[in-house]
Design a binder for this molecule. Structure first.
Ligand SMILES: Nc1ncnc2c1ncn2[C@@H]1O[C@H](COP(=O)(O)OP(=O)(O)O)[C@@H](O)[C@H]1O
Ligand SMILES: [Mg+2]
Length: 331
């Protein structure tokens, strides 16, 4: 029974498993949107959802559609999708959240449910400067996975990116995941996380603020951003310019966050050589992002020498892959 890796993100849940015989370093991935939408129950709809393999559950007089299909239904019915997580964490003020997250995790994991299987799941670092604890979130996810029959262990999300991408530098370097709710950063030295933090400016922040500035719906902004946006020297119109300006704000906040944390950290080793920095997550995928990030860093007195800035080989899967690598190393 080989172990599993799971990235529990605000926007998406990604499962990583070893593919084939386990001898080669091959992984396969399965992802679902971490979202749901409620529609009135009807027998015929339920039958069709089952036939199509769409994850759903029945709640009283409603059908709740989970995961990837929730987006299309929300769009067709002119509603917003709802989400069990906000800013990287289970939304503890919304009583339905934990139950909905449990349904979504169950649907992602439905084909791998041998009892007692080991699973490593990613958790965010607390936001920089905030005192909020991530313990509630971690405990909730662990409980859900235990109830589904897994033996669950958590892993910092930035460290997962380091495990996924920085084997060649013996897990020394900076791993960053730019997601929907948060950007997570981990500086690791020989696989030991020396410094971890998150910032609450990420994809959702870009969508919400662009929506407010332009009077469009956040969902529309997200679709534009995902389908055609790139960070270049110029933008075709006002909407794209606004998206770019919030992207720049996110990049600045990340760089300032790293500078500040490195400055105040007492545990920084004196590094013998420059270290690599890897970017991952959905919000790092637009064309030109790495260039923009590198230019923004170049303009500052970044406190440690960086050998290269690059995009993860599979940006959407890096956290899940790193979680799987951690799980495999314990097996
Ligand atoms: N091709 C793309 N171009 C730009 N942004 C994208 C793209 N794909 C996903 N995103 C954005 O990335 C964010 C989700 O990233 P993801 O790594 O899945 O997040 P999380 O870890 O928070 O679940 C969302 O804000 C989404 O709009
Ligand atoms: Mg993520």
């Amino acid at each position: 029974m080989s172990p599993l890796g799971l990235d529990v993100g605000t926007s998406r849940v990604v499962l990583a498993e070893t593919a084939g015989n386990g001898a080669s370093e091959e992984y396969k991935y399965l992802s679902q949107l971490n979202a749901f939408v409620r529609i009135p129950y009807s027998r015929i709809t339920e039958n069709i959802l089952r036939k199509e393999g769409v994850p759903y559950s029945v709640h009283g007089a409603d059908l709740v559609i989970h995961g990837n299909e929730s987006e299309r239904f929300a769009d067709l019915l002119g509603r917003e999708m709802r989400r069990p997580m906000r800013a990287g964490l289970v939304n503890s003020t919304e009583p339905e959240s934990e139950g909905q997250l449990a349904e979504i995790l169950a649907s992602v994991l439905k084909d791998v449910t041998e009892k007692g299987r080991k699973i490593t799941f990613s958790v965010p670092a607390p936001p920089l400067g905030a005192t909020d604890s991530t313990a509630y979130h971690e405990t909730a996810v662990k409980r859900i996975l235990n109830e589904l029959g897994f033996e669950a262990q958590s892993l910092n999300e930035g460290l997962a990116v380091v495990y996924a991408e920085l084997a060649e530098s013996n897990y020394t370097g900076i791993g960053i995941s730019c997601g929907g709710g948060l950007c997570n950063v981990c500086f690791a030295y020989l696989s030991v996380p020396v410094l971890t933090f998150s910032i609450p400016k990420a994809g959702d922040y870009i969508d919400a603020n662009t929506a407010q500035a332009t009077g469009e719906l956040a969902t529309r902004i997200r679709i534009t951003k995902e389908q055609e946006f790139r960070l270049g020297p110029s933008q075709p119109d006002k909407l794209h310019q606004v998206i770019a300006s919030y992207y720049d704000e996110m990049i600045q906040a990340l760089i300032e966050g790293m500078k500040e944390s490195f400055r105040v950290s007492k545990t920084m080793p004196k590094l013998g050589r420059p270290i690599p920095l890897v970017l991952s997550g959905g919000s790092a995928t637009p064309g030109g992002f790495v260039d923009r990030f590198q230019k923004a860093m170049g303009g500052t007195d970044f406190p440690i020498p960086v050998s290269e800035v690059r995009l993860a080989s599979e940006p959407l899967y890096a956290s899940a892959k790193g979680s799987l690598i951690a799980a495999l190393s314990e097996a």
